[in-house]
Design a protein around this ligand. Sequence first.
Ligand SMILES: CC(C)(COP(=O)(O)OP(=O)(O)OC[C@H]1O[C@@H](n2cnc3c(N)ncnc32)[C@H](O)[C@@H]1OP(=O)(O)O)[C@@H](O)C(=O)NCCC(=O)NCCS
Length: 187
Amino acid sequence: MSLVNRMARAARRRGLALLSHDRSGGKPPGARETEDPALFRPLIYGDPARLHVAPTAIVNNALFNLSSGDIAIGEYAFFGHNVSVLTGTHDWTKFGAERQVAVPESGRNVVIEEGAWLSSHVVVVAPCRIGAHSVVGVGSLVLGDVEPYTVVAGSPAKVLRQIPRPDAPATSPADPDSGSAGRVGAG
Ligand SMILES: CC(C)(COP(=O)(O)OP(=O)(O)OC[C@H]1O[C@@H](n2cnc3c(N)ncnc32)[C@H](O)[C@@H]1OP(=O)(O)O)[C@@H](O)C(=O)NCCC(=O)NCCS
C-alpha cells in the first residue's frame, strides 16, 4: 500500500483531524502572542480529504493545491513559511475556456516523508516524493524526487550534500565535510 494510502488510513483509524492547529484558532502550541495566526494557517485548494498531514508535522501557512492528487506529509516533517505544494496542472494543448478547466483529477501525488525540512518559499510540483530527513533550501523549486538524507536547493533543486545517517560511522572532526553537515537542520 502506498504511503499516501497508509497515512490516510492511519489518520482515519485514529479519528484525527489532519490539521490539528487549524481547528484551534490557527496558532500551534508554543506560538508567541505577537505572532500573526495567519503564519500558521494553511490554504487548502481542492478537496481537504486529499491532504494527509501527520500530527507531528508542521506546515505553517503552506498553500496546498489538491486538484490532481493527494498530498501526504510524514511525522516530524516541517515547513518554513510560504511553502507551496501543487498537485494541479492544466492541459496546455487546449485553449481558452477549455484550458481553464482541463485539469486531471488524479495521478499527481506528493509524498513528503518523515522528518523532511522544506525551508521558506519552497515550491513543490507533483508528482514527487521528498525523501525522509532531506532538506530543501530556501526558495527552491522541486520538480522531481528528492532522495532521503540529502540537501537540495536551487531552481530546479539539485543535490548539494548528503546528510550522514544516524547509523553511519562517525566522521573525523578533521573531515572538512563534517562541520557543514552538522549545521543542516539546526535552523
Ligand atoms: C539549504 C541550506 C540549509 C544549506 O545551508 P548550508 O549547508 O550552510 O549551505 P551553504 O550556505 O554552505 O551553501 C552551499 C552551496 O549551496 C548553495 N545554496 C545554498 N542554499 C541555496 C538555495 N536555497 N538555493 C540555491 N543555492 C543554494 C550556496 O550558494 C553554495 O553554493 P557554492 O558552493 O557554489 O558557493 C540553507 O541554504 C537554507 O536554505 N536554509 C533555510 C533558511 C530558511 O528558510 N529559514 C527559515 C526557517 S525554515
